[in-house]
Design a protein around this ligand. Sequence first.
Ligand code: C5P
Length: 238
Amino acid sequence: MSRTRPLWAVIPAAGAGERFGGDVPKQYLPLLGRTVLEWAIRPFQARADVAGIIVAISAADDHWPGICLSSDRIQAVQGGPQRAHSVVAGLNALSGKADARDWVLVHDAARPCLTDEDLDRLVDAAAESCGGLLAAPVQDTLKAADNGAVARTVDREGLWRALPPQRVRMEELASALHRAEPAGCLAPDEAAAKERMGHRPRIVPGRADNIKITRPEDLALAEFIISQAGIARCGLAR
Ligand code: C5P
């Protein structure tokens, strides 16, 4: 059973946050007294069955030493030019520690609002399946545009927004990502890499407010969500 195996977390945190702007990458911005990244790591640190947390940071990162994560389960490694390269760097750091059949949870450093309950559901869902991802059903009416004008309305029935974390077997993710890279077609997320191999990761309904910090106004929203969803009550290990 997968529950008897240790879990591992890989957190790509090597983005420069160019769309966000500012001098400090968004994962290091302050949020309720800590950084966005610390909140993103929190749910994994809180689980006793997560044996190790690999955080892939940029070579130019001088913020990591300043954050207070005193755990020998957390290791920083150098990420790459794109998110998928950073995930591969995290997996490389796990080889030799993790078994090929172990589950890896891949989460984004820029998503600080993941609740323990959503992570539980992802871990518990389909222990024997080929992995899964949190997702929220699309609520808005979707328009396909062409030259700034509506070309057509897209039927949202059956459409989901993919949300990290995603849960993948170590060996399957490594082979999916390594296969994609030489072809120059890096997958946008772990599920997409596996879909290209013909796998069908399970959709685990999750909270729509597991938001990604993308614009400055998202920080106030994240603060509200963390406070309201009870995440702040769980506290952060130092
Ligand atoms: O840029 P975006 O917000 O979509 O990035 C998603 C996640 O991927 C972030 O946590 C970011 O730090 C990470 N990333 C990375 N390496 C890159 C680019 C992005 O680890 N080269």
